[in-house]
Every structure is written in structure tokens, then in C-alpha cells.
Ligand binder design. Structure first.
Ligand SMILES: *Cc1c(COP(=O)(O)O)cnc(C)c1O
Length: 426
């Protein structure tokens, strides 16, 4: 038995406990930093799995949480409502792409995508013209529940559950020069008349390897969906809240999705909360004196008031602080620092969208389960850097306030890490 298993009953996510070193105990967070029990300061270069936007423990968000605690804990959200949820819904609609009109709350990225899929199917069911197909992009990731795994890319990580996953139609990824093939494939599927919705991560496919595609593809996909009466569901769980450079990635394509999913950065990363925003027609298809047409979905912790207060504070931070300028600065720093890898033959596919920078390390065996991932992670860990490559894909997605010297440390470490393979495993 390993030390980790012997000493703790906790089963960690995406962790092979028989191989992992003991977990680091974090005792405090601040800004771009995690502080462990041994007194190390660890640079959180992936924003604690993409949730922390402004930095850990933003003072205004923490203060809003403390204040909300004086009035609320969880409140049942059927029959009852509360100010944090009401204000937040209005606030979200004010900043989201135009055309979204209603807000359904839940508590995680996976759940808000499940909600979106159910809304889309409910829309067609309730309007008397049921449609059965969901279309997604190759290499997409939408969560780890059965529904969202069905929509996501299939592989080792969901092989044990294959028998329960439902089938979806997949578009080829719009690689540079091949964008038209993606659009044509979508058009062909739509001609079948059964496409209820295209579920897509706008501009950046996150867990699928930080694959990036241009905004015009998203705009065209929306146009095709519109022509065929299919809905576009934008999974902005990762890309939202400035991650892709604009508040929502859809803003860069100038499109309004029919349904938009948001979670990770919604509270600035402080508390779990999610929202599925939808257009008026989607809501109205569920509006009827017939009870069988209501939207059959609820999470116990729907619209937790304290989490809603944190999200309201996040909106206030966006309104009152120079968040866009911080994003621009981080974007410019990535652009500059990535240059050193452009002609470096140890790397390929050097890329960036907004605050996300990624590059593929040339290793003997790539893919999510390649040895490169754990080996790189151990190296970064030894440097007190939290960087978790996706297989051989190394990426940086720090909180927006990260300092330049700190970011330099991360880039220097990536440079050095490449030599682990140049001199060793090869
Ligand atoms: C992380 C993620 C999810 C799932 O969110 P959870 O909160 O982990 O359930 C869904 N979609 C995308 C694009 C994500 O990056």
C-alpha cells in the first residue's frame, strides 16, 4: 500500500493512487499562489483547474461571501427565490451575448451542460417536432457525468462506461486549412432533419488538448444551425469570464448561442455555481398550463445564495476593476514569451487564444496516457509550479493578475522540461 492510501481515506479525482506521490497539503491561497504545509509557495499556473480568474481569494469576493453568510444558507429554489439569484440573473443577461433571456442555475460545469442538453431536447419535444441527434466536435470535453461523457471524446477515460453512453454525431476538428470540411460535415448532418443541437466549446477545446480554432468557424456553425432550425449550445464553462480574451468566447464570433453554459469562472473560482442561459423560445417551449411540459430538472443546491453573492461580486469586479486591461497584459506576455518556442524543434503547434497558451512537446509517445504527462508534472512540482500537461500538451492558464517574473519562471521551466526527453527517454 502506498503512503497516500495508508494515510488518507480520500479518493482524489483523476488520480491513480497507486502511482501518485502523497498529496501536497495546502494551508492557504492568495493571488496566483498556493501555500503548502511545508511552507512552499506554489505558482498556480493553471488557475486550480481553470476556475480562478482574478487570483485566489479576491478580497471583494471573499467579503461578499462573508456578508451573505449573515443572511443565508441554502434555500429551496422551487416556490422560493432570493435577491442574490434575482440580481445575478439580471446581471448575467446584461453581459452575456444578446438574445439570451432566461437563467437556470445549477452547481457544476457538467450539470449546466446536462441542463442545456435537456433544454434542447425539451424544446423540440414540447413544440411537437421531436429531434433526436446531438452534434459535437471531435476531441471535445463537456464533463464527467454519463450525459456529458457521451457528448465528449471517447477514450481510455470513459471506456468502462461505454455501454451506457448514448451516441452523438461528431464533426472533424476545424484544423487550419480544413475548416470547410467541418462546416460541410455539419451541413450534411443537419440535412437529415434530426439535429436538435450542436454542443460546442467556443474557440478552445480544453481538456481535449487545448485545440484552438478561429472565430469565423463558430460564426459559420451558428449560421448553419440557424438555417436548419437546430440550436447552438455554447459550452463556455472554461472559455467564459475572459479566459479566451473576451468576456465570453462567443463575443469574438459576434454570435448569440441559443443556450450558453457557464460555471468555472462564474464566482471568480471561489465557490461552486453554474448557470445555463437560454433564449426566449427555449424557455417558452416549456411554458404551458400543461404541467407535463415543465422543465424537469433540479439540483438540491440550485442557486445557492452564498455562491450567487460570490458571482455578483465577480460581476462587480468586472465592472469596477481593470480586468480587461489585466487580460490584455497577460495575453501580450504570453505572445512575447511563446516566441522563443516558435522555431524550437522540441515543440510543435505553439498556440494561444486569449489568456491560454499551449504547445505540444515532441515526445516518443503522445496521448493522454503517455508517460510524458506524469513525468513533466513531477518536474514542475519539484519547481513549485502547478502545471498539469494533458499528455504531451503543455499549457499555461494562470490567474489574470500573475506577475511577469512569475510567468517567466513557468516558461523557463517548460524550456528546461523539454530536455528531460531530449537527454533521457529518447
Ligand atoms: C471543466 C469543464 C466542464 C465540466 O465542469 P465541472 O465543473 O468539472 O463539472 C464542462 N465543459 C467544459 C468545457 C469544461 O472545461
Amino acid at each position: 500500500m502506498t503512503g497516500a492510501l495508508a494515510s488518507s481515506p480520500v479518493w482524489h479525482p483523476f488520480t491513480q493512487h497507486a502511482l501518485e506521490p502523497a498529496m501536497k497539503h495546502i494551508v492557504k491561497t492568495e493571488g496566483a499562489w498556493l501555500f503548502d504545509a511545508e511552507g512552499n509557495a506554489i505558482l498556480d499556473a493553471i488557475s486550480s483547474w481553470w476556475v480562478i480568474t482574478h487570483g485566489h481569494r479576491h478580497p471583494l469576493i471573499m467579503e461578499a461571501i462573508r456578508t451573505a453568510c449573515d443572511s443565508y444558507d441554502q434555500i429551496i429554489f422551487a416556490e422560493f427565490t432570493h435577491e442574490p439569484a434575482e440580481k445575478l440573473a439580471r446581471g448575467l443577461l446584461a453581459v452575456a451575448p444578446a438574445g439570451l433571456a432566461h437563467v437556470f442555475y445549477s452547481d457544476s460545469g457538467s450539470t449546466c451542460v446536462e441542463v442545456a442538453l435537456k433544454m434542447a431536447l425539451g424544446f423540440f419535444h414540447n413544440t411537437g417536432a421531436p429531434r433526436s441527434r446531438i452534434v459535437v466536435m471531435e476531441d471535445s470535453y463537456h464533463g464527467d457525468t454519463i450525459g456529458t461523457m457521451s457528448a465528449g471524446e471517447r477514450g481510455t477515460f470513459n471506456a468502462p462506461y461505454q455501454s451506457l453512453l448514448f451516441s452523438v454525431d461528431r464533426l472533424p476538428f476545424p484544423s487550419p486549412g480544413c475548416e470547410q470540411a467541418t462546416l460541410d460535415a455539419f451541413e450534411r448532418l443537419c440535412l437529415g432533419g434530426q439535429v436538435a443541437a450542436l454542443l460546442v466549446e467556443p474557440l478552445v477545446l480544453g481538456a481535449g488538448g487545448m485545440r484552438m480554432y478561429p472565430a469565423f468557424v463558430l460564426a459559420e456553425l451558428k449560421r448553419i444551425a440557424g438555417r436548419h432550425g437546430a440550436l447552438l449550445i455554447a459550452d463556455e464553462v472554461m472559455t467564459g469570464w475572459g479566459r479566451a480574451g473576451t468576456l465570453f468566447a462567443c463575443d469574438q464570433a459576434g454570435i448569440a448561442p441559443d443556450i450558453l453554459c457557464t460555471s468555472k469562472g462564474l464566482t471568480g473560482g471561489a465557490l461552486p455555481l453554474a448557470a445555463t442561459l437560454c433564449s426566449a423560445p427555449v424557455f417558452e417551449a416549456h411554458l404551458s398550463t400543461d404541467r407535463s411540459r415543465m422543465f424537469f430538472h433540479s439540483s438540491s443546491y440550485t442557486a445557492n445564495p452564498i455562491a450567487c453573492a460570490a458571482a455578483l461580486a465577480n460581476l462587480a469586479v468586472w465592472e469596477n476593476e481593470p480586468v480587461e486591461a489585466r487580460i490584455q497584459a497577460l495575453q501580450a506576455m504570453h505572445r512575447e514569451k511563446l516566441k522563443r518556442f516558435a522555431a524550437d524543434d522540441r515543440f510543435s503547434n505553439v498556440r494561444q487564444t486569449g489568456t491560454i497558451a499551449a504547445l505540444d512537446l515532441d515526445v516518443p509517445a503522445s496521448g493522454y496516457l503517455s508517460d510524458a504527462g506524469p513525468k513533466l508534472r513531477a518536474f514542475f512540482r519539484s519547481r513549485n509550479l502547478l502545471i498539469r500537461p494533458l499528455g504531451n500538451v503543455v499549457y499555461l492558464m494562470p490567474p489574470y493578475g500573475v506577475g511577469e517574473a512569475d510567468l517567466d519562471r513557468a516558461y523557463d521551466a517548460i524550456d528546461e522540461a523539454a530536455d528531460l526527453f531530449a537527454t533521457g527517454a529518447r
